[in-house]
Design a protein around this ligand. Structure first.
Ligand code: GLU
Length: 486
């Protein structure tokens, strides 16, 4: 690419920051980083009823958390501001006046009732509803008269009536749209606020955006935007419409599929670097088989040519697997930082816990590291240390305690443990072999009944580590409770 790449992310701050929005932001960011270009973040806040400052704050926080930083735009400034549409109204107005003066746009005074009747008639006749153009040839004097009267009006742009408007899309190829189905459409509403299609074109053109990467759902808006580019005499950017994100059932991802916002994943204890990696793979395929790629690797490998046309499927198992790969790389401090809030929320560790408890909790979390794919899972994994009221989780597990040798094994182990001056993972480890030899049983008949009696489950961290973390008193009490001691 010869020109200097300028891309943008233009969210509407109207609610939680959806995973799909984050993916659009990410692809723009990646292209900018790959090309040494500029990534702009601006805000589309013309939907006054639904836009909130809180949503903008959340979107910014989520982007920063993901490591998607912008070079220009809201908060950071730049040469092409302001970067919120409601602060650009004067600018839009100036261009609207120019379009009207050049007769490329016109005032329309049709009432909603008239328009509705027109639409119904067209539908009844089996036609695509398109504005009839009734006000397109009002005389200058008539327009002046109506404006003076204060008649409510919108502004419409003159659109071509025949032929094709073709979107040349990097991902989807050439996509033709029938001009006849477009009609002269509204660019400024009756309240004076310009519509999305109009503002977005002016913003992209005036901010010198070179590539527009956004969700496929905006493909159908693009022919209208091309009509506006032509009227304004601006060169359109390159477009890349990225496929929808589907749930595992191949239906558009929605709340039914589970968490859909970045905040929810952050709150569940997913790591930003893992989510970044996962989102990059939602529609983009790197060369080669590697899936765990660092921020810098993804930036250096990303190209729009490798963005798929088919929908991306949000596979939570894959996200969990990716997150797990990153969790395994964390050191004990960072792992604890990720997990502690979940233990606190679940009431496992007090918010004002003392230093000894925190040290113990950190060791416990470290012991569980092979069993936690994301932060929130620590609560379930740690249950064995907190719940005294447990039973074997299923029939197979219960059967372990019914083994003929179980009572002798547990009793021998209790004796050994009692005799131990200090209970640590290292001092406990030799005891299993001792019991095994003493009773002449296989290792599994030693480890399994002790594990099940202590935890109710057949899997978990190393048994000697569990025992050291539980401490002698709790271990004794639990083995006692099994009712198997002789
Ligand atoms: N505000 C639009 C959205 O959130 C942005 C559309 C665009 O990128 O052109 O979907």
């Amino acid at each position: 690419m010869s020109e200097r790449v300028r891309v943008r992310f233009a969210p509407s701050p109207t609610g939680p920051f959806h995973i799909g929005g984050a993916r659009s932001a990410l692809f723009n960011y990646l292209l900018a980083r790959h090309e040494g270009g500029t990534f702009v973040v601006r805000v589309e806040d013309t939907d006054l009823k639904r836009s909130t400052a809180e949503s903008e704050i959340n979107i910014k926080a989520a982007l920063r958390w993901l490591g998607i930083n912008w070079d220009e735009g809201i908060d950071v400034g730049g040469d092409y501001g302001p970067y919120r549409q409601m602060e650009r109204l004067d600018l839009y107005k100036k261009y609207t006046e120019k379009l009207i003066a050049e007769d490329k746009a016109y005032y329309c005074f049709c009432t909603p009732e008239e328009l509705e009747a027109e639409k119904e008639k067209q539908l009844a006749d089996g036609e695509t509803p398109v504005y009839s153009g009734k006000c397109s040839c009002l005389s200058h004097d008539r327009v002046e008269e109506y404006l003076k009267e204060g008649r409510p009006h919108v502004v419409r742009i003159r659109a071509p009536k025949e032929g094709l408007v073709e979107v040349d899309d990097i991902v989807r190829g050439k996509v033709p749209f029938e001009a006849a189905n477009i009609g002269d459409f509204v660019i400024v509403k009756s309240d004076g606020v310009p519509v999305y299609n109009y503002c977005v074109v002016l913003d992209d053109a005036l901010m010198k955006i070179t590539h527009v990467i956004r969700a496929e759902e905006h493909l159908s808006n693009t022919p209208r935007q091309l009509v506006i580019y032509r009227a304004l005499g601006f060169e359109p950017p390159r477009f890349a419409h990225v496929s929808l994100i589907l749930g595992a059932d191949r239906k558009k991802m929605s709340k039914r599929h589970g968490a859909t916002s970045v905040q929810q994943y952050r709150d569940m204890g997913y790591l930003p670097e893992a989510l970044f990696n996962f989102l990059a793979l939602l529609g983009w395929t790197p060369e080669g088989d590697e899936e765990i790629l660092s921020h810098d690797e993804i930036c250096s490998r990303f190209t729009l040519e490798r963005v798929a046309k088919n929908p991306a499927v949000f596979d939570i198992e894959k996200l969990n697997w990716i997150n797990f790969q990153y969790m395994k790389q964390l050191d004990a401090d960072r792992l604890f930082e990720v997990c502690l809030p979940h233990l606190q929320q679940a009431g496992r560790i007090a918010k004002d816990a003392d230093a000894a408890t925190l040290t113990w909790a950190k060791e416990m979390v470290w012991a569980l590291r092979e069993h936690i794919q994301y932060g929130a899972q620590v609560v379930e994994a740690a249950k064995i240390f907190f719940t005294d009221d447990y039973a074997p989780e299923n029939e197979e597990t219960a059967a372990v305690l019914r083994e003929e040798t179980a009572p002798a094994v547990l009793s021998a182990f209790v004796q050994e443990l009692e005799a131990l001056p200090e209970v640590t993972a290292d001092t406990v480890q030799p005891l299993f072999k001792k019991v095994q030899k003493g009773l002449g049983v296989k290792g599994k008949f030693v480890y399994m009944p002790i594990r099940v009696a202590l935890t109710g489950v057949m899997h978990g961290p190393d048994l000697n580590v569990i025992i050291a973390l539980m401490g002698r008193k709790k271990v004794m009490a639990r083995l006692q409770k099994s009712g198997l001691l002789q």
